[in-house]
Design a protein around this ligand. Structure first.
Ligand SMILES: Cc1cc2nc3c(=O)[nH]c(=O)nc-3n(C[C@H](O)[C@H](O)[C@H](O)COP(=O)(O)O)c2cc1C
Length: 217
């Protein structure tokens, strides 16, 4: 008989989490809610305990003004599209990272911020909040840094777009979980293409070969 592997809750959430990009609703994501999650997310590893992050929360009330100002940094013909796009989520959390001149320290800081964002994304998912990490062109525009009053040595790592998940989002995840070898699209089941990524690491351990197998869909 086929053995069904019991996954831990954490493993389940890691597998379930998705980037939520569409189907936003008008439920309010409050600063308090985001702060609560952040207070756990920042327990991510940070080299030298630098904790190189800073956050700017843009709630539903501030979004229209913010969206207009950011959209204004785009060429005329893109502005309306970008303004509508930035008004879609219920809130945006801008994540800033302290940039350091030494390459190793820069890399370590970026790694720490990325770990923290993943913590955050998982914690949000657990609370049925939808998040997507966005790295749109405006993340790289110095004018947008000015709008945010970001410091010269701060990098915009991402805009996290927020939403309260609705049932249709959750259902999609359930399908993925129910059938680990198929997925459901337009009510039809498809086999999942398993990409095998084998990482063989011999440099660190002469006599041990690690194989990491990841399935993707
Ligand atoms: C560093 C990073 C940057 C991303 N930037 C964008 C982005 O600019 N726009 C977007 O729609 N999604 C963005 N995403 C979301 C990815 O497209 C999404 O995570 C990916 O499709 C995998 O889907 P999943 O998260 O549901 O597994 C980004 C994700 C990461 C990790």
């Amino acid at each position: 008989m086929e053995q069904v592997k019991q996954r831990s809750q954490l493993a389940q959430i890691i597998r379930e989490r998705r980037a939520i990009k569409k189907g936003y609703n008008d439920k309010v994501v409050t600063k308090e809610l985001v702060l609560d999650l952040l207070n756990d997310a920042i327990w991510a590893p940070t080299h030298g305990m630098r904790q190189p992050w800073r956050f700017i929360f843009i709630g539903k009330d501030q979004l229209p003004t913010f969206a207009k100002r950011v959209a204004a940094t785009y060429p005329e013909e893109r502005r309306e599209n970008r303004e509508n796009y930035l008004n879609e989520p219920n809130a945006i959390l801008v994540v800033l990272m302290e940039e350091l001149e030494v390459q190793k320290q820069w890399d370590d800081n970026y790694g720490a911020v990325a770990s923290m964002i993943q913590n955050f994304w998982l914690l949000a998912w657990e609370k049925q909040l939808g998040v997507v990490w966005k790295t749109n062109p405006h993340n790289y525009d110095p004018e947008v840094k000015k709008i945010l009053n970001a410091k010269d040595n701060e990098k915009i790592v991402g805009f996290l777009h927020w939403d309260i998940l609705m049932k249709n989002h959750l259902l999609k995840r359930e399908f993925l979980l129910l059938k680990s070898s198929t997925y459901l699209k337009d009510n039809r089941q498809f086999p999942i293409k398993i990409k095998e990524r084998v990482v063989i690491c011999t440099a660190l351990f002469d006599d041990v070969v690690f194989r990491l197998k990841m399935d993707t869909y």
